[in-house]
Design a protein around this ligand. Sequence first.
Ligand SMILES: Cc1cc2nc3c(=O)[nH]c(=O)nc-3n(C[C@H](O)[C@H](O)[C@H](O)COP(=O)(O)OP(=O)(O)OC[C@H]3O[C@@H](n4cnc5c(N)ncnc54)[C@H](O)[C@@H]3O)c2cc1C
Length: 381
Amino acid sequence: MDFSLTEEQRVGVDGWSRFVQKHIKPITDQHRDALIPAPVLKRLLGMTAAYGVGCGWVPEDGGGLGLDFLTSGLLYEELSRVSADLAGAAFVNEGAALKVYNAGSPAIRERYLAPTLRGELIGCSAISEPNAGSNVRAMRTRAVRDGDRFRITGEKMWISNSSVADYVTLVAATGEQEFTMFLVDRQEHGFETREAEKLGLNGWSLGQVILQDVIVPAENVMGGVGQGLRETMKGFERSRCFISLLGLGMAKASLDASIDYAKQRESFGKPIAGHQLIQQLIAEMATELEAARLMVYRALSILNSGTRSNIEAAMAKAFATEAAVRIASKAIEVHGAFGISREFPVERNFRSTRMLTIPDGTTQINNLIIGRILLGTDAFA
Ligand SMILES: Cc1cc2nc3c(=O)[nH]c(=O)nc-3n(C[C@H](O)[C@H](O)[C@H](O)COP(=O)(O)OP(=O)(O)OC[C@H]3O[C@@H](n4cnc5c(N)ncnc54)[C@H](O)[C@@H]3O)c2cc1C
């Protein structure tokens, strides 16, 4: 079992880290707790593309860099230390590009793939609805066939990238328990979006996608009629790892800030770093981060090998995102009252990490997946 990174990975992450600090951070720092507007996001995605962030997963024959998932994950983790908002927006866009590559018709690929990989177009993926989250089969959005087109009506909710998106890959019911994915273009077919006010990750769009009798040609079906959930499920193991990477990055930022603060802040005549209980907090944060990181890297490595990482990705997601919340909370403890001040990054990380236990299967849903595999009994049924 080899736990070390390759020389190429180490050099790549170092160069990327310097680039992020010098060129990305000054821009994302201006949008710390407010939505990164679409033109700024497109500029940023254009910058990150050179390193494979936002375009790494798509193979070279599709115009991407064809990065393996672990190498890509290292880049996302590093970016999340500085801006989990941008990392989130980039990986959702990259996911949309991969769907276009894997499931789009030649015409769809021709039109959307290259601009998405360059960050000129932004995509999002819409499955959840106000009354259908964990249970996606309860969705009410309907697509009704009308000759060589479909008419789609419904409302999607909690959709990442929605208000900055040029297009959405959306799953709708096309029959009784039959689900189909469509690519819907904001300008050409028309959908409305509404941004949600939320706890954290406020630079990253999250909101509603509303479709009122939107007419979409049949060639915009992605992966075939009735294949919508299959196309969606394929991406879950990957997205569970990548949402966890946002948590790892923010947890590292919280830990680093706590170590710096503990060395500077004095109480009872010495730096608080010298108090044993502060050392315990720091030690617990570092240990949990390391355990979470190993689980996520392992799930990514299994994904790279082309085998299913169902249980590993579910375990990594459930553990890493909950660990990130605990680490962010302890970072606030180390900072005392300054920890809850908006002036300090640990406050924002606390709010933002708290968001991560929900998407791509809540902690409970991931535990049920683990339970189903271990026990052979489906608690969803
Ligand atoms: C930051 C963020 C980004 C997101 N991005 C997207 C996106 O891009 N696209 C998209 O389609 N959706 C997205 N979502 C939505 C997300 O997928 C859903 O919120 C999630 O699936 C949970 O659904 P829900 O919120 O409706 O909760 P519910 O399903 O209503 O669950 C409520 C509670 O009940 C628990 N629960 C539900 N069923 C069971 C069960 N069978 N057994 C035990 N407990 C259960 C849940 O764990 C949770 O604690 C995002 C959400 C967040 C927070």
